[in-house]
Design a protein. Structure first.
Length: 383
């Protein structure tokens, strides 16, 4: 971002914070049960606990289910070489989204970048996503899916498939190394559909679930998949959980009738939440807070700043990379930072505090108001 914006101060820090929803594999007698989900940090339990307000207060899934403000939906799928999803899995997701999301302009599910295995061997999944996510070609709602293989990077552990609920509730990460007894290969379509179900708001009702997963045993949104490798020889399917239950479909029917928040929009791949005096920009595992009028920061600047977190060896491993900028009259910036300090999302509060400290240092050093602190100022070196 450097000197491109007048009066901009910049700060970045790494905080351990994040919410994900996904499937975890445990061995059961006679087969395999796939269950549980991930919460704060990597593989932390969220079972039976309602998602916090950081995830739910803005209802981002309405951008997918309602026809406004986006009449079409674009799903970008990136994959590391050798982890490509089957075409049937993507077709299944496309049919579901076409049926359950009110998008008269259509749904596109596109296999995009094939990432080299050499790059994957030295990168976290978050770093891969930040480097390769492109966004929709036009004015569509946007989802992002990444297939990767943690086995290529000796620093990583196999991770259960996850829908990233916060800070970027628009992404699914699937580790093909998570494949005990062929689970990932044999029920890959059902797993992807389950994670996409999280993004569009299924099982949010406490009438039939915990706010994240459904209690109905045979619903595809149940927290545990019943998986028997031998079952296909009997029924043609590896799991009885092939469909969304009636209650989950009623959730979607309700969401299709609700209009999304006016301040929540996509700008390319960025999910932008505009509040009074500040804006929050999100990508997978990354947040940028801008204090001041929205017109004083450009999409390209925010993308460049957030992606800088992926340039270090390995990039971010877990939690959220938080950065901030401020442009505008001192009074407006101060009002924006004060409002951001009370934001429902903890990382936004952290970014507001860090940015405020940076501005105070700048003033104490008698840096002119129009001056810029160039470059990225990390709180800790990238891993």
């Amino acid at each position: 971002m450097g000197g491109q914006s007048e009066g901009m101060s910049e700060k970045v820090q790494r905080v351990r914070w994040g919410w994900g929803l996904g499937l975890r594999l445990v061995v059961a007698v006679g087969g395999v049960m796939v269950g549980g989900c991930a919460g704060v940090g990597e593989n932390a339990p969220l079972k039976g606990v309602a998602m916090p307000r950081e995830v739910t207060f803005w209802q981002p899934w309405l951008l997918y289910t309602h026809r406004a403000p986006y009449r079409a939906l674009h799903v970008e799928v990136d994959c590391v070489e050798g982890t490509e999803p089957e075409g049937a899995w993507l077709d299944q997701v496309k049919r579901f989204l076409e049926t359950q999301c009110d998008k008269p302009g259509g749904v596109t599910v596109r296999l995009d970048d094939r990432i080299g295995r050499g790059e994957a061997a030295e990168s976290s999944s978050a770093a891969l996503a930040l480097r390769h996510i492109d966004g929709p070609p036009g004015g569509e709602a946007f989802m992002y899916v990444l297939y990767y293989d943690s086995g290529l990077n000796r620093k990583l552990k196999a991770a259960n498939p996850q829908a990233i609920a916060f800070p970027y509730p628009c992404a699914v990460f699937v580790d093909r190394a998570y494949n005990q007894k062929g689970f990932g290969d044999n029920v890959g379509g059902e797993v992807l559909l389950h994670e996409i179900g999280h993004l569009v708001g299924t099982a949010r009702s406490f009438n039939h679930g915990d706010g994240a997963h459904c209690r109905k045993k045979n619903c595809i949104m149940n927290e545990a998949f019943e998986y028997h490798p031998q079952r296909k020889w009997v029924s043609g399917k590896f799991t009885p959980q092939q469909e969304f239950c009636e209650d989950c479909l009623l959730d979607l029917e309700r969401w299709r009738a609700q209009v999304p928040a006016a301040g929540l929009r996509f700008d390319g791949p960025l999910l932008v939440r505009r509040e009074v005096g500040y804006q929050v920009y999100a990508l997978p595992h990354a947040i940028h807070l801008h204090a001041g009028p929205a017109a004083t920061v450009k999409r390209e600047e925010v993308l460049a700043f957030l992606r800088a977190a992926a340039l270090g060896r390995g990039g971010p491993v877990d939690g959220v990379t938080v950065s901030g900028s401020a442009v505008g009259p001192e009074e407006e910036v101060a009002v924006g930072l004060a409002a951001a300090a009370m934001d429902p999302a903890g990382p936004v509060k952290s970014a507001a505090a860090a940015l405020d400290r940076q501005i105070r240092k700048q003033k104490a050093a008698s840096v002119p108001a129009a001056g810029v602190i160039p470059g990225l100022i990390p709180a800790s070196p990238p891993s």
